[in-house]
Design a binder for this molecule. Sequence first.
Ligand SMILES: [Zn+2]
Length: 713
Amino acid sequence: MHKHLLTPIALAVGAALAVSGCSNNAQNQASSAPAASASAPAPAHTAPAPASTVAIPADQPIAFTLDDQYNPCNDFDQYVNSKWNTANPIPADQTRWGAFGILHEKSLLQQKQILETAANDAKNKSGSALEQKLGNLYDAGMDTAAIDKLGYDPIKPQLTAIDALKTPADIANFLDTSFNNGDSYVFEFGSGADFKDATRQIGYVFQDGLGLPTRDYYLSPKYKDIRDAYVKYIAKSLELVGTSAADAQKQADAVMKFETELAKASLSPTELRNLDNEYHFVTVAEAGKITPHFNWENFFKAQGVDVGKGFSLSQPKFMAEFDKLLATAPASQWQAYLKFHLISDASPALSQAFQDNQFDFYGKTLSGQPQQKDRWKRVVGSLNHAMGMGLGELYVAKYFPPESKQRAEELVTNVRAALKEHIENLDWMSSETKKKALEKWALFLPKIGYPDKGEWRDWSGLNIQPGNWYANLEAASKYNYHYDIGKIGKATDRKEWGMTPQTINAYYDPTTNTINFPAAILQPPFFYAKGDDGVNYGGIGFVIGHESSHGFDDQGSQFDGHGNRVNWWTPQDKKAFDARADALVKQYDSYAPIPGKPDLHVNGRLTLGEDIGDLGGLNVAYTALQTALKADPKEGDAKIDGMTEDQRFFLSSARVWEGTARDKTAELMLNVDPHAPAKVRAFATASNMPQFAQAFQCKPGDKMNRKEPVKIW
Ligand SMILES: [Zn+2]
């Protein structure tokens, strides 16, 4: 399946974190990357057992395990989370561990049960067509004997095709064909709403093609060890398909040189947050001037797509470098590069030796994960990429009670109302801009749980055969790619979901102006069906506020309520907004969250959108709580476990960020994750709220009682 070109702005970071290379291939997405749940800052588990398979009760008691050694006014994260963190070490097959991870594991187990039932149904030819497909796919993935027996046979035809490439035209043809099969190299191609007319979908070409996480990993002296390990990984990958050790070493060096050139022309994650770097509309003729050796007409024809007036060639400098390599890099260098990425992307779907090799680099070296995940977890992960929405259809039918949806809808309505109140009362914004902000607010489309009836995806065109894991994943990859690019030229569908219901996450999409809450996040510790308001507004209420505030973060604020990128701000108001945002950047820049590594800081520019989301989210959720308490004064006066509702609100907002990460993962995430680390999110937002200092009676000079708190929304 195609990864989202314009990533929806999610609550927390996604799974394929470490594997940032040509990740369009279904196989790659099957990868052993930090199972961080399709998006969580922390994958999870509770017991210090080696493999994570814990189920938590549907409605566990709402208790906080506070650590009185710490003063909440100075170490709020430690006060709320240190006991939990100590009692819940990271399982060997995880890179992070916390609330997100625990829910992710729970979701995986539920999916496994669904898939095992489906596999039985498929054998007995019972069950729906969808169940048969999922069952056959799961069964094929679990048949390790058949997979190991095939070795790398499934990719031999492509390896042979690469061996035959001699000229730039040969290479371009190979790329055209590969993309059409759902396998991308160097760049990505997919659909997205037009920034200038969000009602229609256009084609987007986006930079990709690096096996290391960002350009810095190729260019900065501090990543030399990782580079050396990467070159070894490349060489080993090539040896596994029969290349001699000496040749493999030479080719690995050539691949490294090739990727280094691409890296120099690549934009950093922070630069990619600049919307000017995400959209660059060109006609096919104009694109041809940027890449004279790559024929876009041929490319689109091979994909079977008509891009109409043009498409977004989003990073022209990167594509010009691709063109230069096409014209000047020796065929042997291209062959080495393409072969390696073919092998690396396919590895999770090949025999155990390939999986181990890939895990050794991306899991152990890059992320510090000691142990590979159990086979079934990897297979369920692959299935989520191949047929995630199909699996989600079965998941919600079995595990999502309609009452949860009703209660969540009520919370969304209340938090949205609080955001409206905040906009109306802003002291730094003119009435002119407020009017526009409120127009945008009114056009929000909240989506809760899962697609409406009749809006689930149609899988009838996907052919899944019993057995043959690799071929099935390839078929799904191709099917999903064509589903995606099939939208080009068509109307944007605001009702479509960009996340599966079994995902522990939530997102805002600026081009459709939708806020989306998958079913799986509507459970403890985010949401307690029978919980008190303090806890629920601090948990899921905060999440709802966070996603809503994304509509008004540094990126979201550049789109109107219809999803078009237009400026609706007066210059003075924009200046006032930017000054507040800059103050927040400065705060986050100052955090060095990894113990013993005081030089590694949060990049406040990279995390700005999420930090604004957190800040707006907690503020509006707090207001929504006060409104709810006014409606039920008894609840507001009563203490639960000796805590006021305000205190429980803040405790709950910090507890969703419980957990720890391995040092290597923590460092990697500082470089690539647009979210601040969980342990920073647990306290940083609240430190900007005087209501916190009041609730916990903090003194002047306490860290959580800032002299100059930032408030935006
Ligand atoms: Zn977010």
